[in-house]
Design a protein around this ligand. Structure first.
Ligand code: NDP
Length: 297
């Protein structure tokens, strides 16, 4: 049986035969990107996004190319700055300073991971917080943690949009964030708390992880372990958001949740691929426009 429900953004949540509604991140991301394009067209100036790639990591090169294309498609001027792997930290900091001072640049993103000889923390802290479209600068981290978000990390922001489109009521809900990284888990927990959820953060030292998961009405998995969260860890009817991107034993992309099992029990679930992944770039574009509007009034 296929049942289509129109959500906010005009996105569609397709219920499959397995039980849980599938939250279609591709469709939601497309509508966010279309909204961004409309906003850009009405600005009267062209926002600029600078993406800095150091070295030749193939996965990073693909991410950067995708960001560049998506920005251009939304009418944002995308500048990709490719630096050799041997670039010194001082040279990278000088490049960041140049971009900070460039009035045509509204957003700066330094693609991670950086080569080992460069301290990512120092580079991120050097980015003008008003142009920090990844939301990783300590000032933006602090603002989010204190409940006054400015520029918010793209992946958790994308998850919040998926939850909104899926019509998940967060106020008072028991939410479990599995993973506590600076990029996903921690900002995710802060956003859920800001939405009045009752938030638990679980990690590799958590006792009785299955039990913690079973108490959750909203479960966000972000640990990077293929199929780690089993179907019988999920409360019947829970909303499951799978942030993980892994290669399964069969070589195919898969999430942190054992999808086939989970969709029998969950009320709504994101697939991998096609769930959270597409939202990250869409939210990067949105953050760029947000930063541009704030900077240029
Ligand atoms: P990190 O490796 O930085 O963090 C992983 C977190 O998971 C840590 O907090 C770790 O706990 C916890 N963890 C690891 N193993 C276990 C375990 N066996 N039991 C309980 N907790 C565990 O990963 P990221 O947050 O950067 O990424 C997580 C996943 O999300 C990855 O698959 C990544 O590819 C994906 N991702 C997807 C994005 C998207 O756009 N969809 C964007 C970013 C990431 P501890 O802190 O105790 O070590």
């Amino acid at each position: 049986m296929t049942d289509a429900i129109a959500g906010a953004h005009g996105a569609r949540l397709i219920a499959g035969a397995g039980g849980a509604r599938l939250i279609d991140g591709k469709a939601v991301a497309a509508s966010v990107r279309a909204e961004v394009a409309v906003r850009v067209a009405g600005l009267g100036f062209q926002p600029g996004l600078a993406v800095v790639l150091v070295g030749e990591d193939p996965a990073s090169a693909v991410y950067v190319r995708n960001k560049d294309r998506a920005a251009a498609a939304a009418g944002i001027a995308a500048h990709t700055i490719r630096l050799p792997a041997a670039t010194t930290e001082a040279a990278l900091l000088a490049e960041v300073a140049r971009l900070n001072a460039d009035s045509a640049i509204d957003g700066i993103l330094v693609q991670l991971p950086l080569p080992r000889h460069i301290a990512a923390d120092r580079v991120i802290a050097a980015i003008d917080p008003a142009k920090d479209v990844d939301g990783f600068h300590p000032l933006n981290v602090g603002l989010l943690a204190s409940g006054r978000p400015a520029l918010v990390p793209c992946t958790p922001l994308g998850v919040m949009k998926l939850l909104a489109v899926a019509g998940v009521a967060l106020s008072g809900a028991r939410a479990l964030v599995l993973g506590r990284s600076a990029i996903v888990g921690r900002p995710m927990a802060a956003l859920l708390l800001a939405a009045d959820a009752t938030v638990t953060v679980a990690h590799s030292r958590t006792r009785d992880l299955p039990g913690e998961c079973r108490r959750a009405e909203v479960l966000i998995a972000a640990i990077g372990r293929a199929g780690f969260v089993r179907g019988d860890w999920i409360a019947p009817g829970a909303t499951v958001i799978d942030v993980g991107i892994n290669r399964g034993a069969d070589g195919r992309l898969c999430g942190d949740v054992a999808f086939a099992e989970a969709r029998e029990i969950a009320g709504a679930i994101t697939p991998v691929p096609g769930g959270v992944g597409p939202m990250t770039i869409a939210c990067l574009l949105e953050n760029t426009v947000t930063a541009a509007v704030r900077r240029r009034g």
